[in-house]
Design a protein around this ligand. Sequence first.
Ligand code: ADP
Ligand code: 5GP
Length: 190
Amino acid sequence: MATIDRHARLTLLTGPSGVGKGTLVTRLLERHPQLWLSVSATTRAPREGEQDGIHYFFHSRKSFDQLVSEGGLLEWAEFAGNCYGTPKQPVLGRLESGTPVLLEIELEGARQVRRSFPQALQIFLAPPSFEELEQRIRGRGTEAEAAIAKRLDRARTELKAQQEFDAVVVNDDLQTALNNLERLMGLYET
Ligand code: ADP
Ligand code: 5GP
């Protein structure tokens, strides 16, 4: 794992679908309320319990395309048949006011942000094995088989790119992964 000796205010968390990003981000936000998580725009349909403006801003393809053409997104990418993007202004505003910002985004988006924010801390969250990843994504029960297959296919590409990141955290034991993220991000209990 690379040694991180700086306190980055912008952190990117990337990793294959089902690895546990959402679970860990929820825990991080509970423990560190000063951290701000960007709410992404997406064309994906809401999962049960997901609320517009809280989990995502849900868009039609047409209104997503409009956001893109207006320059409203910091980055965007297509993932497993849907579009996802980071609204630009809220992120820039938080960074200007000194708030630590967390983006939970896939590989192509992370590459785009890396170009505009080379100083961002980029963390890749990896599963202990591909088999465990598959079990987690199936166990979550939120996607149909065709969508799971697309996500697992994409996972192979993402896993190959993990060396591009500043650090790789393996999400085997959840608490250990959480501690490693906190250490990398320079977070201490408030
Ligand atoms: P992602 O946001 O990366 O797609 P989730 O946070 O939704 O992944 O996690 C996928 C599934 O894996 C969930 O059912 C979650 O409870 C489970 N999970 C997350 N972390 C762990 C872990 N360390 N060990 C076992 N299961 C986990
Ligand atoms: P899900 O459909 O499981 O919520 O998310 C699918 C993938 O899209 C995940 O890898 C997640 O990190 C990624 N994602 C979520 N929001 C964004 C975003 O704003 N931009 C990009 N590029 N990826 C995102």
